[in-house]
Design a protein around this ligand. Structure first.
Ligand SMILES: [Zn+2]
Length: 311
């Protein structure tokens, strides 16, 4: 949605500067008879002063500089939207650019190393309290699916949200990890779906839904049915998708503060991990494994964080 506005802004900058307005011609003026009146004597053409020429040159240079800056910004934006495997900020889950190196690959990702509120975590010793239920307002929505080089991500049209403690967060996208990044009392799970939400002030909240082997899952099947053939090229299905299909029946949860589990590892993310896992068939789990056999960040230190869980 932001791209067209950027392009418009760029177009405005790229337009040549207007120095003076040409007088408008009257429509149909060409058919008017030539006036008999003699033309007023023309003013002798005035030479431009040195200062005026300098001002015009300066104005023109300034316009060129702005156009160049706009082009560079547009190119940077395009590069950001289409991550290439060879970009210097490449990160991965194994090898030289693996999780142990994330904080050093790019200074903007230092939090991956130095943060004390990092995710995922091994969820244990939560305090059992009466947690307010998460009020979901999910419904059938337009969506597209992208293989972004790190996971399969489903971008969801606006209008799906949840409310908790008076704050409303809107669903942006959901994606998958294999195995699940979170652990519960040291126990791992086959996969996890992360439903990423944002509130009006830009605060992030992630609903994590653990996935274990069992019967076939219709929601996951819809996503797999529409997997794009090429990386970075989103597939836009003509059908709609109801994200509530991704939620378990029971809505008890664990909650704690954490971070993004991928670079830049920004903190201040509210995590809500549903206690009841959903199920997916072995065949469904295997399909994801063929694309991403391992795309999970290891668990991070709790560093004295409080974990709350539904009674
Ligand atoms: Zn995730």
């Amino acid at each position: 949605m932001r791209l067209p506005i950027t392009l418009l802004a760029c177009a405005a900058i790229l337009a040549p500067p207007t120095f003076a307005k040409e007088p408008e011609k009257l429509p149909g003026s060409r058919v008017l008879p030539t006036p008999v009146k003699a033309e007023p004597p023309k003013e002798p053409r005035r030479e431009l002063t040195e200062a005026e020429v300098a001002a015009m040159v300066k104005q023109r240079l300034e316009a060129m500089r702005r156009a160049r800056a706009a082009r560079a910004a547009a190119e940077a934006k395009a590069a950001e939207n289409q991550p290439k495997a060879k970009r210097s900020d490449t990160w991965s889950y194994e090898g030289d650019n693996g999780p142990q190196k994330w904080g050093k690959i790019n200074p903007a990702w230092a939090k991956c190393d130095s943060g004390h509120r990092q995710a995922p975590i091994d969820i244990r010793d939560g305090i059992k309290v009466d947690l307010e239920p998460v009020q979901f307002e999910y419904g059938a929505s337009g969506f597209n699916i992208i293989n972004n080089g790190h996971t399969v991500q489903v971008n969801v049209a606006p209008g799906n949200r949840f409310t908790l403690t008076g704050r409303t967060y809107e669903l942006q996208q959901f994606h998958f990890h294999r195995p699940a990044e979170e652990k519960v009392d040291g126990r791992g799970f086959d996969m996890v779906a992360h439903l990423v939400h944002k509130d009006e002030e830009g605060r992030l909240a992630v609903i994590a839904v653990l996935i274990e082997s069992g019967e076939q899952h219709p929601g996951i099947q819809t996503v797999w049915n529409n997997l794009p053939l090429e990386k970075y090229e989103p597939l836009v299905p003509v059908i709609q998708f109801d994200p509530s299909m991704m939620l378990p029946e029971r809505r008890e949860y664990y909650t704690f503060m954490g971070s993004l589990t991928t670079p830049p590892c920004d903190e201040g993310v509210l995590w809500i991990v549903m206690k009841e896992p959903i199920k997916a068939s072995k065949q469904q789990l295997d399909i994801f494994a063929r694309l991403y056999p391992m795309n999970a960040r290891p668990v991070q230190a709790l560093s004295g964080r409080l974990i709350k869980e539904s009674n």
